[in-house]
Design a protein. Structure first.
Length: 277
């Protein structure tokens, strides 16, 4: 599926900044991730496969700032963060250091992984990465998730849904009103494409679920009504480290969200989980 006029994400200088991340925004985003039905699904499947998170070797491919790896680390996983952008890795390292966490940092291209990584991890994951690739590289992203897994390991990919209509509507309205939108090239996935690519990568027990509630998509991409009326808790300032850890762990522990059919079909993120047989 080669799409002309678009370039694959690796090596793109638009990714990342030399400035250190805004920790208030990062913490708010982590709380958001920890509260989603997608995260509830990830937790359930990891616990089902391994019993708990403690001591699991995980790798986030094309990690960016590695926010989800932070959640894994807070639950006891041993995280590796991989990206080919040194600014992104520096930002990810900075974020984890604020929480007194020391993930392993690897500067590498996710399309051309070092051989030493093959078969080393219980969980290989990416969040908002695969949609920035086309042609043969798009399949290679899935192949490399599977390649670094141990037998029985889980691949987790969080990607945009082609039928996540609230995102697409909100983006169109912003363009119409000449408001800024992210110009990074991406092509969202259908469930069919996700399933086929996972199977072609050798993954089994593949499941694909919507990762968010439509009301939250509406708030993210159209109008944040709860925040306007002060009904949604937002962490505008990062609390002290111990309090921040407690808040995130509490959110994860309490998150047992089940996603309903309409959210499953039309939420913006899709979560794919597959097992290396």
């Amino acid at each position: 599926m080669k799409i002309t006029g678009k370039s694959n994400a690796h090596g793109d200088t638009r990714w990342g900044s030399s400035a250190m991340p805004d920790m208030d925004a990062v913490f708010d985003a982590c709380v958001g991730y920890a509260s989603t039905p997608g995260w509830a699904l990830i937790q359930r499947e990891v616990v089902r496969a391994f019993g708990n998170f403690e001591g699991l070797h995980t790798i986030e491919l094309g990690c960016g700032l590695g926010k989800v790896s932070l959640l894994f680390s807070l639950l006891g996983a041993k995280a590796t963060l991989l990206d080919d952008n040194e600014n992104q890795l520096a930002g990810a390292k900075f974020i984890h250091q604020q929480f007194h966490l020391l993930p392993h940092m690897t500067e590498a291209n996710l399309l051309h992984l070092p051989q030493r990584l093959e078969g080393q991890y219980h969980v290989a994951m990416s969040f908002g990465t695969a949609e920035h690739f086309w042609g043969d590289d798009r399949q290679r992203v899935f192949d490399n998730h599977a390649k670094v897994l141990r037998q029985g390991g889980l691949a987790i990919l969080w990607v945009p849904n082609r039928y996540g209509f609230l995102f697409h509507f909100g983006r169109a309205v912003r363009k119409l009103l000449h408001r800024p939108v992210c110009e990074m090239d991406e092509t969202p996935f259908t469930r069919h494409e996700l399933f086929c690519r996972a199977k072609n990568a050798g993954l089994s027990d593949v499941q694909i679920r919507g990762g968010e509630l439509l009301r939250n998509d509406f708030s993210h991409f159209i109008v944040d009504v709860p925040r306007i009326f002060g009904a949604r808790e937002r962490y505008s300032r990062l609390p002290d480290v111990d309090t921040a850890k407690q808040i995130l762990r509490r959110r994860m522990a309490r998150n047992c969200a089940q996603i309903r059919l309409w959210n499953d079909l039309f939420s913006y993120p899709l979560v794919l989980i597959g097992r290396r047989g």
